[in-house]
Design a protein around this ligand. Structure first.
Ligand SMILES: Cc1cc2nc3c(=O)[nH]c(=O)nc-3n(C[C@H](O)[C@H](O)[C@H](O)COP(=O)(O)OP(=O)(O)OC[C@H]3O[C@@H](n4cnc5c(N)ncnc54)[C@H](O)[C@@H]3O)c2cc1C
Length: 568
């Protein structure tokens, strides 16, 4: 097949805060350098350096979902006057609350735990903030290509990365070319930066191929399920931040809720569930729906209207789970490098900072005309010397502490506060497993069959407070052309109706927050079979992470497909 090849200098894959900050910082470093040289300064001008950012979403921000309370320290380094320049900020944080929820009561903690203190931070819609950063990049001369998924990494004969291949367009569901067929483009670059967010599909390939995770712990994840509501009055002001612990999670499951006040009476709420849960009947979407049925939440939402929905995973493993972040011709930034601080549930600041540090390392590589791992290792050095690593080291055993349940996890967190992150044997991160390995079989849990009522007895999707998955997915404004091959590759569907049904009761039907996976009658064979409703997919990647047999492979669909997270 004839493919167009585009020669770039630097390609950033994914238009998230990490890569947009990296592209912007790099464009400015080059401009300043070229001006200095033109004015008689030392060195050689770099000339026109082509910087491209590719994004699988239909626009910058379309696939971006976060909380989000942003620690502004990195944005301030990138754009010191971001407030004056009109960065879209919902509100400074004015009030912090921490609640413990029993089934019926909301008990306010007299003190807010230090990691959840947000004074000086901002509530933002990360969707709006990335769109704004995208504009800043374009003003600085960066080329942004929405609807361009990175489908494959291009390597040379020595396994050095030399660019990415974008996905083909116009293939029908049988794999045949349609009238609008367009082959993907080979974007060749001196340096490729992967900023795909959690569980990046190219990052996964690269890490496996080059063994970048050798000697590191497996990454563990959580999933955040979120809605925006329009409230009828000012009952929850912009700038108020509430975090909750307790109901509806059981004491063995890592989880907690957030409620943030945004402008124009918009309430932003969601629920995080650790993707290392044990109960095979657990359903993160149902956990969130149940959260909203708590009397405190019911009262808050009374008379309001749900307007948006979304879900996305969070890379929670932290310090011990970070892969090697550089190799020949390639760097990893943001969540796909594992820079999120899971104790604070904050990764925007470190994503921005890591993008900037990557830019500095690339700038040095362009000046040295050397794109080898040896040269690009400068990025790791810069990260080690920055505030990112000390911040992550202090909480290095945080998530692992919860593997023995909520109360020991909290004790461990308190202990680490005084030890600067040191833990003791029971909570040692070095004994961690990948999250899917934690799921127990139905029988081990004492369940009879996969009837979800055994866990969610009494939960009703009343369409007022609690919604079923299809109603929620409608509010994620998801769109994929139906006539394309499924981008969710289930590598062995024979397991589904037999072994998986018996052992785990087909948990894909529950851990997917978008009703993508469905076991349906198989009239031809008189049994059941898996149906993959891929057009519902919100690109959260939970299936790729949580499938107990690790046979689901998430790859990028045709460019532009997916959710549209306006205002999220
Ligand atoms: C529910 C939830 C709540 C959170 N709350 C907070 C919070 O309150 N405060 C905070 O600081 N952080 C929070 N975070 C974390 C924060 O959102 C992330 O740390 C941050 O967004 C990471 O930025 P990133 O640029 O690495 O990746 P992302 O923001 O994930 O962006 C990645 C981009 O790359 C694109 N992409 C992926 N793969 C490809 C491909 N192959 N080709 C082309 N494009 C691709 C995606 O579509 C996306 O646009 C939260 C995260 C979640 C999920």
């Amino acid at each position: 097949m004839e493919r167009e090849t585009l020669e770039m200098d630097v390609v950033f894959v994914g238009a998230g805060p990490a890569n947009l900050s990296g592209a912007l910082h790099l464009a400015r470093l080059i401009k300043t350098h070229n001006e200095t040289v033109a004015n008689g300064g030392a060195g050689e001008a770099l000339g026109d350096i082509e910087i491209g950012v590719i994004e699988k979403g239909a626009s910058v921000g379309a696939h971006i979902l976060s909380g989000a309370v942003m620690d502004p320290k990195a944005l301030r380094e990138l754009i010191p006057d971001f407030v004056e320049q009109g960065a879209p900020l919902e509100s400074p944080v004015n009030e912090d609350y921490f609640l413990y929820l029993t089934k019926t009561r909301a008990i306010r903690s007299p003190i807010t735990p230090p990691p959840l203190k947000n004074h000086g931070y901002y509530i933002v819609s990360l969707n709006k903030l990335t769109a704004w950063l995208g504009e800043k990049c374009e003003e600085a001369g960066v080329n942004i290509f929405p609807e361009f998924p990175g489908a494959d990494i291009l390597y040379d004969e020595n396994d050095a990365v030399v660019g990415v291949r974008t996905g083909d367009k116009g293939i029908d569901k049988e794999g045949k070319r349609k009238a609008n067929f367009e082959p993907g483009v080979d974007l060749r670059a001196k340096v490729t930066v992967l900023g795909e967010g959690p569980r990046g599909s190219l990052t996964k390939q690269l890490v496996q191929r080059l063994g970048l995770d050798a000697g590191r712990e497996p990454q563990v994840y959580s999933i955040g399920v979120k809605e925006l509501w329009e409230l009828p009055d000012d009952r929850y002001p912009a700038g108020r931040v509430t975090h909750t612990l307790g109901f509806p999670s059981d004491a063995q499951t890592y989880g907690g809720g957030w409620i943030y006040g945004m402008q124009n009476r918009i309430l932003n709420l969601g629920y995080v569930t650790g993707l290392d849960y044990k109960d095979p009947l657990l359903d993160p979407h149902a956990e969130f729906q149940r959260f909203k049925t708590h009397p405190f939440l019911r009262k808050l939402l009374d008379g309001g209207k749900m307007i948006r929905y979304g879900a996305k995973t969070i890379a929670a493993g932290g310090y011990y789970a970070m892969p090697q972040i550089y190799a020949d011709g390639v760097l990893l930034v943001g969540d796909c490098a594992g820079f999120l601080n899971s104790q604070r549930l904050k990764g925007i600041h470190s994503a921005i900072k890591s993008g900037m540090l990557a830019a500095e390392a690339i700038f040095a590589a362009l000046v040295a005309k050397d794109y080898s791992a040896k040269q690009l290792q400068r990025y790791e050095q810069l990260v080690n010397e920055s505030w990112i690593i000390p911040e992550l080291r202090k909480v290095r055993n945080f998530h692992a502490g919860f593997k023995h349940g909520r109360w020991l996890g909290i004790m461990n967190t308190g202990f680490q506060f005084f030890t600067g992150g040191r833990s003791w044997g029971l909570f040692d991160r070095a004994k961690a497993h990948a999250g899917h390995e934690e799921m127990k079989k139905l029988a081990a849990y004492g369940y009879r069959g996969d009837n979800i009522e055994q866990r969610y007895d009494g939960l009703k999707f009343d369409g007022k407070v609690a919604f079923n998955k299809l109603t929620d997915v409608y509010h994620a404004a998801v769109g994929h052309s139906e006539d394309q091959p499924s981008h969710l590759h289930v590598l062995d569907t024979n397991i589904c109706a037999t072994r998986c049904a018996e052992e785990y009761g087909n948990p894909c039907q529950r851990f997917c927050p978008a009703a993508v996976y469905e076991m349906v009658e198989d009239s031809a064979n008189g049994g059941r079979k898996l149906q993959v409703n891929f057009s519902n997919c919100v690109h959260c990647k939970t299936c790729d992470i949580m499938d107990p047999y690790q046979i689901i492979n998430w790859v990028t669909p045709e460019g532009g497909g997916g959710p549209d997270y306006k205002g999220m």
